[in-house]
Ligand binder design. Structure first.
Ligand code: CTP
Length: 402
């Protein structure tokens, strides 16, 4: 996405102390950030800090000739590609809902035509109050996007919903409101990571998949406005903002989770490295050497796991299905055979033996293999870029099928 201009409106809540981190997160994405503050906000976080981190003058007064001389409030409202209100107090939500323009921040919010994202932060009882609920509903109905609040310990001493979303999640949600929205209305189901097949109470069979490719697809789909369900094997990665994650361990659990989410899905992208076999029996207790004869080895009997991707073809419903193929040799030929077997709409094949591709790498070199055998080779790209290319094709297929 091209670098964008974000107007960050800061209102007076204790969570304002996290805003310098948000400015850094937004700038790390390449955005230009300008901050506008309510007078109350300046008591929680110093304008000088925000000015230094944003590299731009900070505005807080509507009627200050010097501030207006630099950039007047209408020019500032027009300048923004997105307006982010963080933290958003109950008071600013009420003023937004009623269209008040009694300070710089609310005037900007009334004047802007850019998408608005709000990150509320307040005491749980203020958040639960009927007045706040009604204001939030009204703002949502007008198209204002929300991120958070989260539940947890609040600075006021109460526990409950009201904590501002993390700066990373707000930055991600900002990308989503500015994104192309080309997958709006779609539900994208993504499988990611490797599965873990229990051997006994403490051991498991697994593989080296990190989940990076699937998480990149999930993040990009959410940025394009889709509802995203990410079914993930064990992974150390953070859930991308706005994505619904379902954690599973074994292939059987993954299949059950996929089938549960399938009726809503219009797009399925199966990046997971599913174990093809599992131990016929998982011992409930730890297998102990002392139970074996001296020097005796251990033979595990493995049975086949269900092939989740192949079984999708039999499921009723219209959806675009993208499969992956991890190959270590004869990549293209193996992938051509695989797409016939798995009957998906696109197979993304990667050579896991190649440096800079496959498991745990941040980049990937893939081929798109189409039903019928047509092949397209992509250059070495970041997994985020590969995710974008896949979803471009998915969008085209959805369009062709009306
Ligand atoms: N897959 C699946 N269920 C399985 C095995 C694989 O859904 N039990 C999916 C993967 O998520 C991937 C595709 O099938 O989208 C191909 O996976 P891959 O491991 O390359 O192929 P396999 O079917 O396991 O075939 P092989 O290991 O023999 O190459």
């Amino acid at each position: 996405m091209a670098h964008q201009r974000v107007l960050l409106a800061v209102t007076g809540g204790i969570a304002a102390y996290k805003i310098p981190e948000l400015v850094r997160a937004l700038r790390a994405e390449g955005h230009t950030v300008r901050c506008a503050m309510t007078p109350a906000a300046t008591r929680f976080v110093s304008p000088l800090v925000l000015q230094t981190l944003s590299g731009q003058a900070v505005r807080s007064e509507l009627f200050d000739p010097a501030e207006e001389g630099e950039i007047d409030h209408i020019a500032l409202a027009d300048w923004a590609d997105a307006v982010v209100v963080a933290p958003a107090t109950a008071n600013v939500l009420a003023r937004m809902a009623h269209g008040l323009a009694d300070d710089l921040v609310t005037t900007l919010l009334l004047a802007t035509r850019a998408p608005v994202l709000v990150a509320p932060a307040m005491n749980v009882n203020m958040w639960d109050h009927a007045a706040t609920r009604a204001n939030v509903e009204l703002l949502r109905a007008r198209g204002v996007a929300f991120v958070g609040p989260e539940a947890g310990w609040l600075a006021c001493g109460w526990e409950g919903e009201g904590r501002m979303a993390s700066p990373a999640d707000i930055a991600e949600a900002t990308l989503q409101v500015m994104g192309p929205r080309s997958l709006q209305g779609e539900t994208v189901l993504v499988t990611a990571g490797g599965t873990r097949e229990p051997v006994d109470a403490v051991r498991a069979l697994t593989n080296r998949s990190s989940g990076k490719m699937g998480y990149a697809v999930a993040r990009e789909a959410a940025r394009r406005g889709a509802r995203v369900v990410l079914i993930s094997g064990p992974s150390a990665l953070e859930t991308p903002g706005g994505v619904e994650r379902v954690d599973v361990e074994s292939a059987v659990e993954m299949r059950d989770a996929v089938f549960k989410a399938l009726p809503d899905a219009t797009v399925v992208v199966m990046t997971a490295a599913v174990a093809d076999f599992r131990p016929a029996q998982a011992a409930a207790r730890k297998i102990k050497k002392e139970d074996l004869a001296e020097e005796e080895g251990l033979t595990l009997e493995l049975v086949r796991n269900p092939d989740i991707l192949a079984s999708l073809a039999e499921q009723p419903g219209e959806r675009v299905v993208v499969g992956f193929a991890a190959e270590s040799h004869d990549v293209v030929e193996a992938a051509r055979r695989k797409i016939e077997r798995k009957r998906c709409d696109l197979l993304v094949a990667n050579d896991v033996s190649r440096a800079g591709a496959g498991f745990d790498s941040d980049t990937n070199a893939v081929w798109f293999v189409w039903p019928g055998g047509d092949v397209e080779e992509l250059p070495l790209l970041s997994k985020a870029e590969v995710a974008g290319r896949i979803l471009d094709r998915v969008e085209k297929l959805r369009e062709e099928r009306g």
